[in-house]
Structure formats: C-alpha cells, structure tokens
Write a protein of this length. Sequence first.
Length: 106
Amino acid sequence: MINHYNTLFGGMAMLLMDEVAFITATRFSRRRMVTVSSDKVDFNRSIAAGALVELVGVVTQVGHTSLKVRVDIFVEQMYSSGREKAATGAFSLVAIDENKNPTPVL
Ligand SMILES: CC(C)(COP(=O)(O)OP(=O)(O)OC[C@H]1O[C@@H](n2cnc3c(N)ncnc32)[C@H](O)[C@@H]1OP(=O)(O)O)[C@@H](O)C(=O)NCCC(=O)NCCS
C-alpha cells in the first residue's frame, strides 16, 4: 500500500475511493452498480504510513441509470487531533440489471 516515499501509493488510494464510491452508490440505490468512469482525482496531501484515514462518499448527482459520487479521503495522525482532506475524486456509476444492461437507479 505504501510507496518509496513511505506514503500511501496513489493507485491504492484510487482503489479505496472506487470501493467507497461503489458502496455509496449501492446504499443509495440498492441496485447492482458498476463504475463506468472516474472523472477526476486530486491528491492534495500525502498520507504518511501509520496515519489514520477516513473515506466519505456522497452522491452528488442522480441521472436515469447513472449517478455521480464524490469521495473524500481525510487523514489524521494517531496521537494528535486535527483532520485534513488528503484527496478527493468523482466517480460515475451505472445501475445494471441481471443481464448487465443499464437499469433505472431509482
Ligand atoms: C456501465 C455499462 C453497462 C453502461 O453501458 P452503456 O451501453 O454505455 O450504457 P448507456 O450508453 O445506455 O449509458 C447508461 C448511463 O451511463 C452513463 N454513461 C455512460 N458512459 C459514461 C461515461 N463514460 N461517463 C459518465 N457516464 C456515462 C450515460 O450517461 C447513462 O446515464 P443516464 O441513464 O443517467 O443518462 C457498460 O459501459 C459497462 O458494462 N461497462 C463496464 C463496467 C465495468 O466493468 N466497470 C468496472 C468494474 S465495476
């Protein structure tokens, strides 16, 4: 999970963000969801090994068969207070039926 700077590998951060986007979309729609696009991912701060992270997903837009989720990663140190946003990304997910065709989100 860690790169040669001893901070979280960016690809791992994106994996975690995609998982949270999926969970957020699924909890919102209670349908089978797949990721169709990642719109943008910004890395604002590095995440040192041993830090605590919290990922928060929010549905920001609802279409017919698709929706958008923003995922923020917050970082905090284990033995001091304070919390900072380390990364943010936007993902589009599509609801699919049992034949894997798009189906209404709601
Ligand atoms: C998701 C999938 C079923 C959509 O099929 P499709 O034939 O492109 O579907 P449509 O063109 O009818 O579009 C369906 C919806 O997706 C949206 N969409 C399609 N491509 C998109 C893209 N690149 N970015 C954002 N939204 C997109 C459309 O706008 C539409 O939204 P709406 O109904 O809310 O208006 C198909 O692309 C697929 O199976 N992709 C692979 C998914 C996958 O394996 N993900 C990784 C693992 S989860």
